[in-house]
Design a protein around this ligand. Structure first.
Ligand SMILES: [Zn+2]
Length: 87
């Protein structure tokens, strides 16, 4: 669990938690189509509330840990196309 808590803190610091409405199909950050889970395959945004991941971590940390690691890696690799240009 300590590991998951650290990953949660890191994801939070990268501003990855952006719960979307059930009707949202595009990422609010980069407008890529979201995965069926509501996560963004492009910039690593996690379209689910932290509380939901915490609940899942209690049931089994491995899957949540992987989700968080992948999201963090995606965000680190992600380069905004329109950098410095407000929309
Ligand atoms: Zn995105």
């Amino acid at each position: 669990m300590a590991n998951v808590a650290e990953l949660m803190a890191e994801a939070r610091s990268l501003d990855l938690f952006k719960p979307h409405g059930a009707f949202e199909v595009h990422c609010s950050n980069c407008h890529t189509r979201l995965s069926p889970m509501g996560d963004c395959p492009q910039c690593g945004l996690i379209g689910r509330p932290e509380a939901e991941l915490e609940r899942r971590a209690q049931a089994g940390a491995a899957g949540v840990e992987r989700t968080l690691r992948e999201a963090i890696a995606k965000r680190r690799a992600y380069k905004p196309v329109k950098e410095g240009r407000a929309t």
